[in-house]
Design a protein around this ligand. Structure first.
Ligand SMILES: [Zn+2]
Length: 86
């Protein structure tokens, strides 16, 4: 059975710092290809997760666990974004 995958991409926020923009683009590349430069690979939801999501009327979500020092990680992106606000 074929499964459909939706990868949502968008440009970085206007006025974002160069460091944030670079990290953002790395994240988008990882999301689109399923593999990050840090070695993280996409993990698709299993059957139970897909069923649970379907029961809630939501799409099942894939996950990607980046290395702690990867600029594309949630924590790094958050930190770079907040640093750019100052
Ligand atoms: Zn990464």
């Amino acid at each position: 059975m074929n499964k459909r995958i939706l990868v949502i991409t968008c440009p970085p926020p206007a006025g974002a710092s160069p460091a944030f923009t670079a990290a953002w683009m790395r994240r988008q590349q990882a999301n689109a290809t399923g593999r990050c430069e840090c070695g993280a690979v996409i993990k698709m939801p299993n059957r139970a997760q897909r069923r649970a999501a379907k029961a809630c009327g939501e799409p099942a979500r894939a996950t990607m666990l980046h290395e702690a020092d990867c600029p594309a990680s949630d924590a790094a992106l958050r930190e770079l974004y907040l640093a750019g606000l100052n």
